[in-house]
Ligand binder design. Structure first.
Ligand SMILES: Nc1ncnc2c1ncn2[C@@H]1O[C@H](COP(=O)(O)OP(=O)(O)OP(=O)(O)O)[C@@H](O)[C@H]1O
Ligand SMILES: [Mg+2]
Length: 264
């Protein structure tokens, strides 16, 4: 069963064809990665899937139902969550409250201020806070529960943003460069976190430039170049694909024997 299917998706900005007739599917329970050079159209694909931009052509299906024309919040309610390449957390809320925003997506309790203040909802608020804390533990940022984002390290903020996205219990989670700007240890933490998310049954579509992370974690990889699909397959297939190597990976990125590197 495909959680996501994209058919003939295109989007231009003025004369720039950011995404061109792109079709692919993401099977339930897999980690699927989208890679390609800067400007290849990866974030635009995320924006089209999550409803931030409308496509100029093509369709998007979530769990078999067409969502092409739905507003972003409707898609979120149907089980789509994402993080952003340029980290987006609420600076005026504590880390825990940031996660509560994600929970609120699912709990259907009206506006967040009510969730936080209404006496009638206090019991559920306690539950929600306990669950938010549990999600923070899951993401390894529990110690920052009462901290404001300005006082948190960048690596913790990236994991906080992921915790908030996971809080909505999505069917499909889009992660746009979760390891960008992180050192090796922090990248390994993200690797583990994505694995745990995958193991919990959430399907993941990942955009990431860290090839070691991508090759380790992905069930399938789609390579974009100039808005077009250049190749698609398992990590082993993609790293052997001469077109992909020439356009993106480059011999240097894969070591001296790029053409015949084997799976593990
Ligand atoms: N809102 C926009 N307005 C105009 N052009 C845009 C817009 N969004 C994206 N583009 C253009 O579309 C192309 C694809 O951009 P996109 O951000 O999707 O690439 P990307 O693969 O995510 O790159 P990176 O790896 O640098 O994040 C680029 O040429 C970019 O300048
Ligand atoms: Mg991008």
């Amino acid at each position: 069963m495909n959680v996501l299917e994209v058919r003939g998706l295109s989007r231009a900005f003025g004369g720039v064809h950011a995404v061109r007739e792109l079709s692919f599917a993401v099977a339930e329970g897999t980690v699927h990665s989208l890679i390609g050079p800067n400007g290849a159209g990866k974030t635009t694909v995320f924006n089209l899937i999550s409803g931030i931009y409308a496509p100029s052509a093509g369709q998007v299906y979530l769990g078999g139902a067409e969502i092409t024309d739905l507003a972003a919040h409707r898609r979120a309610a149907l089980g789509l969550a994402r993080t952003f390449q340029n980290l987006q957390v609420f600076a005026n809320m504590t880390a825990l409250e940031n996660v509560l925003v994600g929970l609120h997506m699912r709990l259907d309790m009206g506006l967040l201020p009510q969730l936080l203040r209404s006496p009638a909802l206090r019991g559920r608020e306690r539950e929600a806070r306990a669950e938010a804390r549990e999600l923070m533990r899951f993401a390894g940022v529990e110690r920052y529960a009462d901290a404001f984002p300005a006082s948190m390290p960048f690596g913790a903020l990236k994991r906080l943003e992921i915790a908030r996205a996971v809080a909505s219990r999505p069917r499909l989670l889009l992660l746009d460069e979760p390891a960008a700007g992180l050192n090796q240890t922090e990248t390994e933490d993200i690797d583990l976190l994505i694995r745990k998310i995958g193991d919990s049954g959430v399907t993941v579509l990942l955009v990431e430039h860290d090839m070691r992370l991508v090759m380790k974690i992905s069930d399938r990889i789609l390579v974009l170049d100039n808005g077009r699909k250049l190749g698609e397959g398992t990590p082993a297939e993609v790293r052997r694909d001469p077109q992909v190597i020439a356009a993106y990976l480059g011999a240097a990125a894969l070591g001296p024997k790029a053409g015949d590197i084997h799976a593990e």
